[in-house]
Ligand binder design. Structure first.
Ligand code: ADP
Length: 344
């Protein structure tokens, strides 16, 4: 069986073709700069057309969709209604859902006779209890405006949790894990019996850990101060928090390899801040979970930096807890989800 996975961003299209018997990647394409000035491809349709794959040989296509809101608690077969709902959810993820949808539409045109399946970054976290996903705001903000914690990176947290169970040779239903997806974007997740019970990203992927260029947790009143006292516009605050903060904001770099090689004091400070935040999240998830069977490191930083892992684990509180390094594979998880949906 052959399943393709498409991850369409606003100016990119990632395509991976899997042989599901062997889980081998048969083909992989990473097209960037779509629609940009002087680019090779003007739109996602042209980009997909350029891919050298016989679409008539595919059994299904899985699509990464960032925001599933409260509507999608698991992966679904895409039909007209699903497309409309993903479109409506664009208000919650204006940078991502429209691009994801564009990928779905062009792929459905290219391969109209096979199942297309949507796999959501938020779905894994739909098992969080209400006390975890609600913000302590006026309840109407939730009821009327759907302001709540959704969580992201769900496909990665789900994948590494299952891999951890395999490595530990235990049934996932008896494991308590803390999974850390540490890439440019970063999040932590408390996973109880294979289900997300809390996660660090919230209403948007801005909350939580100190990231490459995102602030993670801050006092929300800073946003008001930036607007009232510093005269920043809404867009300027958005840019400040998402693009000019985090490691980049502290030391001027966001690539952890460069930061680790730097002698600059601020580079060390940026890492110390990132590490401290990760430790705080692990500690709080230990309190929630009671017993923790393993802490799982994944993502570019988690997988590749022994220094960061050691520093994070230096806290005495984590003594005796197993730590695992697991290479995440969101595309394979999406392909596996397609199989699961098709079997139903
Ligand atoms: P994205 O969120 O963009 O998918 P990745 O998961 O690829 O990000 O992670 C990117 C981060 O991983 C960068 O900060 C990069 O510096 C870091 N990284 C990659 N390799 C190493 C390494 N050998 N040591 C430390 N950090 C690394």
């Amino acid at each position: 069986m052959k399943i393709a996975v498409i991850n369409a961003g606003s100016s990119s299209l990632k395509f991976k073709l899997f042989d599901m018997q062997t889980k081998e990647v048969l083909k992989s394409f990473n097209i960037e700069h779509i629609g940009e000035n002087g680019a090779k491809f003007n739109n996602h349709h042209e980009a997909l057309e350029s891919i050298d794959v016989d679409f008539s040989s595919l059994d299904a296509i899985g699509h990464r969709v960032v925001h599933g809101g409260e509507e999608f608690k698991e992966s679904v077969l895409i039909n007209g209604e699903v497309i409309d709902t993903i479109d409506k959810l664009s208000t919650l993820a204006p940078l991502h859902n429209p691009a994801n949808l564009e990928g779905i539409i062009v792929a459905k045109k290219k391969a109209p006779n096979i199942p297309h399946i949507a796999v959501f970054d938020t779905a894994f976290h739909s098992t969080m209890p209400k006390e975890a996903y609600l913000y302590a705001l006026d309840y109407k903000m939730y009821e009327q405006h759907k302001i709540r914690r959704y969580g992201f990176h769900g496909t990665s947290h789900a994948y590494v949790s299952k891999e951890a169970a395999k490595i530990l040779d235990r049934n996932i239903n008896e494991l308590n894990l803390i999974t850390l997806h540490l890439g440019n974007g970063a999040s932590a997740c408390a996973v109880k019996k294979g289900k997300s019970v809390d996660t660090s990203m919230g209403f948007t992927p801005l909350e939580g850990l100190v990231m490459g260029s995102r602030s993670g947790d801050i006092d929300p009143a800073i946003v008001l101060y930036m607007q009232r006292e510093l005269g920043l516009s809404v867009d300027e605050v958005d840019k400040a928090l998402n693009k000019e903060s985090g490691l980049l904001g502290i030391c001027g770099e966001n690539d952890v390899r460069d930061i680790l090689n730097s002698k600059d004091e601020k580079a060390k400070l940026a890492l110390d801040m990132m590490i401290r935040r990760i430790q705080k999240y692990i500690g709080s998830y230990m309190a929630l979970l009671g017993r923790v069977d393993a802490i799982v490191f994944s993502g570019g930083i988690g997988e590749n930096s022994p220094y960061i892992r050691e520093k994070v684990l230096e806290s005495q509180m984590f003594n005796g807890i197993k730590s695992l390094v697991i290479k995440t594979n969101e595309e394979l998880e999406i392909a596996n989800e397609c199989l699961r949906v098709l079997k139903k």
